[in-house]
Design a protein around this ligand. Structure first.
Ligand SMILES: [Zn+2]
Ligand SMILES: [Zn+2]
Ligand SMILES: [Zn+2]
Length: 783
């Protein structure tokens, strides 16, 4: 067979070469599926016409070949239903990870694309060969045929008017939209097992009956003559290719010998053998149909005796007309990218299933919802709704609707049902519905806390600000207790000189004053500081640091706080209960003055301190501030003396239980008969924990809240210099950056510590590594 003029649709240029002769042409198309490692080639005897290409395209393409001698045009569709083409495409999908959806959604596109090409071929061919890689009819085609039927009806008018625009076709062609109702031939690549020719014939007839029956039953071929395609009523339309011998080597040798015959190798394209099918030949089978087309045309409409219909239109076009018609239909039919909904059965099923389950899942989410709820509740409910959805929804639309469910539930929650959830100073979420910042938060938790002096225990709301936690509560309860009237030592706080004072802005913990005077002062204090660090003596005579009166420290006072800034309120308090005689070591702290103590823990501890020139070693370790001022003082003139101070470190749990520790890791426990064996050395000379488990049943963690000091009647001053580090690596919180606070003699002093620790907006929550650094208690001799 002499072949030339290979082309790819829609590129027809080669066919329009004036050197090509054409009179009346017959068009044969090959379409269908092919198995792996066939390079997408279907119906090998026709496929040989096309030159072999090593690389398989990853897209659908129609290759064409015009047999000029026989005036026959062959078209061969390579589509994604060809396994090799599809494998190429899968590779491309993986590379670019285009597939975000389920595979089935992508498969809709594959099927739709195939269907459009199929329709196109039905409009430009006389004979369409539908190839099957196996030996049984693929009933999936029934669905394609139905989709083609719908698609054809949809496009028919457009096709006719498009052809009408060409001004070269006869009116019947335009009215029919094509040259004829094409005849469809079913080709099967192999027999189920090796069969002789008689058996194959039997199989073919069997298949013909079944296919005819199926097409009739599904009304794909009809008596009206308006079918999309037809099958010949009197000719064979099923061809089963015989299984070729399995001995591939002898096959190859035979092929080689034949190829060496004169002219043998010239006729074939590699790698296909030129071995002719002597006994059974599809080309011969096909020629019957081609000849019929060439002589009398097809009239394949199923006719019944009662029903007469006009003869079908049939035309053998000239090449030029066919090319023009095919070109214009290609743009109309093939170049569309929307999936054909009729073919999207999987996605449509999935969609309907998801649509049905979605409201059920949303209802599950909303079942018995409170008026407003927290994020955790939202997430738990969403998980329930998703579980229901997961159990019932199916298919490629699943991810899309799952997302929809999440969005809907989220929107339901955010539509006025969100809880505020702002964390309190103790870490509890606000129970109110989401509110404006000017409304106060409320966690609903109530605690019990004692006042500054410890004499009155009262309820307190879970605090949301350091001011509520460390100042306002104690102001309020202090009025009930009357301890607000007791003698106090006030700690330095910010005192505004103007009305528009504001919080200082800190950059990396450093503060840069705005006005030039403060700037100068700032620089002086900075240099003052560095001098002090080198030579402490100079510091004393140095510049007196004036705190800012226009800007205040936003957080609580720490050793890292920029110099010259003070907080608006003090988070600490230091009150004098009265004379030292208020404490009796035999009786301990009375329930009347100090309510809430766990039994046998209500004692202070005696701490003997030797004061004098030779006793520096016995002094408690003190901070850098207390170092200043003592050096260079003539202490040798005073005789060493030992004084007894009673001290206590008191812890308080949120239920109002209180207790003392006798060591960093031990609760104070008096023996029966009020005998306290411990001394105050351990608590005075160790770091003390900031948090310690209460022995109450709730297992709460108590916090260090008070320091008790009963000062002796001696010419000495007891000092307090509490430094709290609420977590490892955290800043050290202090009541004042001045020298240790001196307490009056022969008196009972109580220092109340902060309830919450917040520095520069950084809040330190309960942390078991928090501690009161050693060096809190001190004794110095009076002048
Ligand atoms: Zn709130
Ligand atoms: Zn009080
Ligand atoms: Zn407790």
């Amino acid at each position: 067979m002499k072949t030339k003029n290979i082309f790819h649709i829609p590129n027809f240029e080669q066919l329009l070469d004036p050197g090509i002769s054409s009179d009346k042409i017959v068009i044969v198309s090959v379409i269908g599926k092919s198995s792996l490692n066939t390079s997408g080639l279907k119906v090998k005897s026709i496929g040989r016409i096309f030159p072999f290409e090593n690389r398989v395209s990853s897209e659908s393409v129609i290759k064409g070949s015009y047999d000029e001698e026989n005036q026959t045009l062959y078209l061969h569709l390579y589509s994604l239903l060809d396994t090799d083409v599809f494998m190429e495409k899968i590779g491309a999908f993986n590379d670019s990870s285009i597939i975000e959806e389920d595979f089935l959604a992508t498969y809709d596109d594959v099927k739709s694309s195939f269907c459009r090409y199929f329709l196109y071929l039905l409009y430009v061919s006389h004979i369409v060969v539908l190839s099957h890689p196996g030996s049984s009819f693929d009933t999936n085609y029934v669905q394609y045929f139905k989709a083609l039927d719908l698609l054809s009806k949809k496009y028919f008018n457009k096709i006719c008017s498009q052809l009408g625009l060409l001004n070269m076709l006869n009116s019947d062609w335009i009215a029919n939209g094509r040259v004829c109702t094409p005849r469809i031939i079913f080709y099967f690549e192999r027999t189920p097992r090796p069969l002789n020719n008689i058996s194959i014939k039997k199989l073919e007839h069997n298949l013909e009956d079944r296919i005819y029956h199926i097409l009739k039953k599904t009304r794909l071929i009809s008596t009206s003559g308006s079918s999309l395609f037809a099958i010949p009523p009197n000719d064979e339309f099923v061809y089963v290719s015989e299984v070729r011998p399995k001995d591939r080597l002898s096959e190859a040798v035979k092929g080689l010998i034949q190829d060496c015959q004169p002219g043998g190798a010239m006729q074939v394209q590699a790698p296909f053998s030129s071995q002719p099918y002597v006994e059974k030949d599809f080309m011969r089978f096909l020629q019957v149909h081609i000849q019929q087309a060439r002589t009398k045309g097809f009239d394949d409409s199923v006719s019944s005796s009662r029903h007469q219909h006009p003869p079908s239109y049939f035309e053998l076009p000239v090449l030029e007309h066919w090319v023009e018609a095919s070109k214009s239909l290609y743009e109309l039919v093939v170049q569309k990218d929307k999936p054909i909904s009729f073919l999207c059965t999987d996605t449509r099923f999935s969609e309907q299933r998801c649509l049905k389950v979605l409201p059920l899942a949303v209802a599950r989410y909303q079942e018995g919802l409170p008026s407003h709820y927290a994020k955790a509740e939202h997430e738990a409910r969403l998980a329930m709704a998703l579980a229901l959805f997961r159990a019932q929804a199916r298919g490629p639309k699943y991810p899309q609707y799952q997302l929809k469910l999440e969005v809907e539930c989220q929107a339901h929650w955010e539509n006025g049902r969100q809880q505020c959830e702002a964390a309190s100073m103790t870490g509890n979420p606000c129970k109110l519905p989401k509110h404006t910042p000017d409304q106060e938060h409320m966690s609903g938790f109530m605690y019990k806390s004692a006042c500054d002096c410890g004499r009155k225990i009262g309820p307190r709301d879970d605090p949301y600000t350091p001011m509520q936690a460390n100042y306002i509560f104690y102001q309020q309860i202090g009025k009930d207790c009357q301890c607000s009237k007791l003698e106090r030592i006030e700690f330095p706080i910010f005192e505004p000189s103007i009305q528009e004072y504001k919080a200082a802005t800190l950059h990396n913990g450093q503060h840069e004053p705005e006005d030039p005077m403060s700037m100068l002062l700032f620089q002086m204090t900075m240099s003052d500081r560095s001098i002090q660090q080198l030579t402490p003596e100079v510091g004393e005579k140095g510049v007196v640091r004036q705190p800012s009166t226009t800007e205040y420290l936003p957080g609580m006072l720490t050793l890292n706080s920029p110099p010259g800034l003070l907080p608006v309120f003090s988070s600490w308090s230091l009150v004098c209960l009265g004379a030292s005689s208020l404490y009796s070591h035999n009786l301990g702290l009375s329930e009347q003055y100090h309510p809430g103590f766990l039994s046998s823990t209500n004692y202070l501890l005696p701490w003997d301190v030797t004061v004098g020139s030779k006793s520096k070693k016995a002094w408690p370790a003190v901070g850098k501030y207390s170092n200043r001022g003592r050096r260079g003082r003539p202490t040798s003139s005073i005789m060493p003396q030992t004084v007894k101070v009673f001290i206590g470190v008191e812890y308080e749990c949120s239920s109002g239980h209180r207790f003392m520790l006798s060591a960093p890791d031990k609760m104070l426990k008096a023996a029966p008969g009020s005998i306290v064996k411990d001394t105050g050395h351990k608590i005075a000379e160790s770091d003390m924990p900031l948090y310690y488990p209460c022995s109450c049943r709730a297992g709460k963690i108590a916090q260090l809240m008070r320091l008790h000091v009963v000062t002796p009647k001696a010419p000495v001053y007891c000092t307090l210099n509490p430094r709290v580090q609420p977590a490892a690596g955290a800043p050290i919180f202090v009541s004042t950056t001045d020298e240790p606070t001196k307490l009056t003699q022969s008196a009972y002093w109580i220092m109340r510590l902060p309830f919450a620790y917040v520095a520069d907006k950084e809040h330190f929550k309960q942390n078991l590594s928090g501690k009161l650094l050693q060096g809190t208690f001190g004794v110095i001799e009076a002048d």
